[in-house]
Design a protein around this ligand. Structure first.
Ligand code: SF4
Ligand SMILES: [Zn+2]
Ligand SMILES: [Zn+2]
Length: 311
């Protein structure tokens, strides 16, 4: 199979746009899409600090490498990579090692925050304390909050997340199926600043997961392939399967889901129509009620019997 752009041999097909690309044109196409997303999601960015969430997996590795590539000629932009150690044995230590290697290779400042120190518990311990709860529920809430705090501590104006096209399409569908309009409107990439939250952007939004993997591989980025031992209980797995099946039968489904989200938010829904977040009485972070969800989970853990020091 020949590349759609040159006479070279194609290494990847893109059924959603009817193209086949060689190594060089594939990498250029990913870099160009990410450049366009930075341009679209960060309009009029005059300079400042950009934090990049770096788990050590392929998505965040590509997000950091392309952020560094995009901003390297902007002396008024400072990059800082942020990792969260949720405390998942035999998994997170390996991804953090890959994250450290990549940040060093790119010469980017790297900070690691640990749930054990910040929250007084870990995902492994909490999953034993709360056997009836899917670990990703509290782990995801805690990670988001720790990243937000770390980004604020680093003086960040914006937080880059490694969500790819598949991740975002799954999230759109999940929020629609659950009827969760609040999360539907507030999902990254953020167009407006929400009180207490560092705006999050997703420059890989138009790159499918398998292309992110291929790019990371071709660019020889250090990343860890491991899967979290708690991941099999995540409800996202069902949505991953559904979106994948739809995309197989109807190429372009993922882009359609994202377009649907953007149009609904643009035409019908506005962030400021939703309940403005209050402040959590325990930790001061944005909260829908009296306590934020992170503190609610900490309270549940404490009630489950372990001596956790909640904030
Ligand atoms: S898969 Fe779930 S439990 Fe594991 S690190 Fe991710 S959010 Fe946490
Ligand atoms: Zn080519
Ligand atoms: Zn709180």
């Amino acid at each position: 199979m020949r590349c759609s752009t040159c006479a070279g041999e194609a290494i990847v097909d893109q059924p959603y746009r009817g193209a086949h690309l060689c190594d060089a044109h594939f990498r250029a196409s990913v870099e160009e899409r990410v450049r366009q997303e930075f341009h679209r999601q960060l309009p009029r960015f005059g300079g400042g600090t950009i934090a990049v969430a770096l788990s050590g997996g392929k998505d965040s590795a590509v997000a950091l490498a392309l952020s560094e590539r995009y901003f390297r000629r902007r002396p008024n932009v400072r990059l800082v990579a942020l990792s969260v150690d949720e405390g998942v044995r035999d998994y997170r230590s390996r991804t953090l090692a890959a994250a450290t290697t990549l940040a060093e290779r790119l010469g980017v400042e790297h900070r690691v925050v640990r749930a054990a120190e910040e929250l007084g518990t870990t995902t492994d311990r909490a999953s034993a304390d709360l056997p009836g709860t899917v670990p990703c529920s509290f782990c995801g809430v805690w990670r988001r909050q720790l990243l937000n705090r770390a980004a604020r501590d680093a003086g960040a104006d914006v937080l880059v997340l490694g969500f790819n096209l598949d991740d975002l399409a799954q999230t759109v569908l999940m929020n629609l199926v659950r009827g969760d309009l609040d999360r539907f409107v507030r999902m990254a990439p953020h167009r407006t600043r929400q009180p207490g939250l560092i705006p999050r952007i997703a420059p890989l939004a138009s790159v499918p997961e398998r292309e992110v993997f291929l790019y990371a591989h071709l660019a020889t980025l250090p990343f860890d392939h491991g899967e979290c031992p708690h991941a099999e209980r995540a409800s996202r797995n069902l949505f991953r399967e559904v979106v994948w099946q739809l995309e197989e039968q109807l190429p372009g489904t993922r882009q359609s889901l994202l377009r649907t989200h953007d149009r609904l938010v643009d035409r019908w829904l506005r962030t400021d129509d939703l309940v403005a977040p209050a402040r959590c009485r325990a930790c001061g972070e944005p909260a829908a009620g009296d306590l934020c969800r992170a503190c609610e989970y900490l309270r549940a853990v404490r009630h489950a019997g372990e001596g956790v020091t909640a904030p």
